[in-house]
Design a binder for this molecule. Structure first.
Ligand code: F3S
Length: 403
């Protein structure tokens, strides 16, 4: 791979050990994937921040970087952690967990990584991405969204490689950074266009399983909101290695479909989506937690949930959690009050998959997120029940004897 004289100097350690280490990681990846050169990035988003999922292993690595003066040189943000930093007193967490988690955030802050603790950096006020921007994102749902809806360019990075790219401000030029590699290979004909967020998510988990690492192009969906597309992308990335989709009128690069160009084609009927709902539901048990917000809720979703919960009460035999970022929570104070007055909780900084759920004694979760339903049985050892947002909210607010 070609390196400029300055890049060679960084690799030789002339700008210190930390930048040398970051450069080594990026160059190694470039060599593995036959990249021709490094390219500048405008932003990075780093996953691997929850102490529950990463444990102690990366702490020494982060300490080493901090000690040696590493700093992000581009806008860089951090994914959710293991608990809500502002509201964890009733979570029965050990002092060790609390301290280690806070220490991990402290280390990332020292590296100039902003602790937004959200998986949807692209909706935040001061995070600007444009068509054609090269970025390094390691949150899979955010990769799909930024590639497919915004037209920015990122591979599905790992946490360490996104961090290394943030430090040197560059990534290796391979995969989805290259125009030809962003072309769709799999034609997906959707017979009944999904409407609800949950249906978009389930279309994603269904197609993700079949697409593997191919880029699907959807036929049959003419309109979709950014929220719906967010759920589609999260679903796709959770069952497959998908990092991008094409949709006409949505994806900046999408072209009119010529079916002859596609050797691989699948058709998704309503039956497939109904089966997906059953597949993502691992039990018929009554849930003890209802969870909305994977990926984190946008302002519009918070408004929709608040409108539903106005003058309603959450059953006292279960919890209703709505997950979002601190920034969205601050910008929707009236709606948050309405949601919390119903007895629901608005949780920030964390999510169902990376949170310390086990400590709360949760056995069964109902969710409107296909990604969360797909992950929680494996990551958290709890059963999942898939439902629409409306179904989740109705279940949360209907007395058991009325069901
Ligand atoms: Fe976000 Fe957690 Fe879902 S990081 S995409 S809410 S698994």
């Amino acid at each position: 791979m070609f390196l400029t004289a300055k890049e060679e100097r960084i690799l030789d350690g002339e700008e210190g050990y930390a930048r040398q280490l970051a450069m080594k990681i990026v160059v190694k990846l470039g060599d593995i994937f036959s990249a021709d050169k490094l390219i500048p990035i405008t932003a990075a988003h780093i996953s691997g921040a929850s102490y529950k999922t990463i444990g102690d292993a990366p702490i020494a690595f982060l300490e080493d970087l901090v000690k040696n003066g590493a700093r992000a040189t581009v806008k860089a943000t951090l994914n959710p952690i293991g608990f809500d930093l502002h509201d964890y007193k009733n979570w029965s967490l050990s002092q060790t967990v609390i301290e280690k988690q806070k220490y991990i955030i402290h280390l990332y802050e020292k590296l100039s990584i902003e602790p937004i603790l959200s998986c949807t950096p692209y909706v935040l006020e001061n995070f600007h991405l444009s068509l054609g921007d090269h970025i390094a994102f390691s949150e899979s749902s955010a990769c799909v969204y930024t590639n497919s809806v915004i037209g920015a360019r990122t591979n599905r990075e790992g946490g360490p490689s996104a961090l290394a790219s943030a430090i040197i401000g560059k990534t290796a030029n391979y995969g989805l950074h290259i125009t030809e590699m962003r072309q769709p290979k799999l034609l997906v004909e959707v017979e009944n266009p999904p409407k609800e967020y949950a249906e978009f998510g389930m279309l994603g988990t269904y197609v993700g399983r079949l697409a593997r690492d191919n880029i699907p192009i959807f036929q049959g969906i003419r309109n979709a909101t950014n929220n719906q597309l967010k759920y589609l992308g999260a679903g796709l990335a959770s069952t497959g290695m998908v990092a991008m989709f094409h949709m006409l009128g949505i994806t900046p690069e999408a072209k009119e479909i010529d079916v002859k160009e596609y050797s691989e084609k699948i058709t998704v009927s309503q039956d497939e989506l109904n089966n997906e709902l059953n597949k993502l539901s691992t039990t018929d048990n009554v849930p003890d937690l209802i969870f909305i917000g994977c990926p984190h809720c946008s302002l519009q979703e918070i408004q929709e949930i608040a409108a539903y919960l106005q003058n309603k009460k959450v059953r006292d035999d279960l919890k209703l959690w709505v997950c979002t970022s601190q920034e969205i929570k601050k910008s929707a104070q009236q709606e948050i009050k309405t949601i919390e007055n119903s007895g629901a909780k608005v949780i920030c900084d964390t999510c169902i998959v990376v949170a310390y759920l086990e400590q709360l004694g949760i056995k069964t979760m109902m969710t409107s997120s296909a990604k969360a339903a797909n992950y929680t049985p494996h990551f958290c050892d709890i059963d999942s029940v898939m439902n629409t947002v409306q179904g989740c909210l109705e279940t949360a607010t209907t007395k058991l004897k009325d069901i």
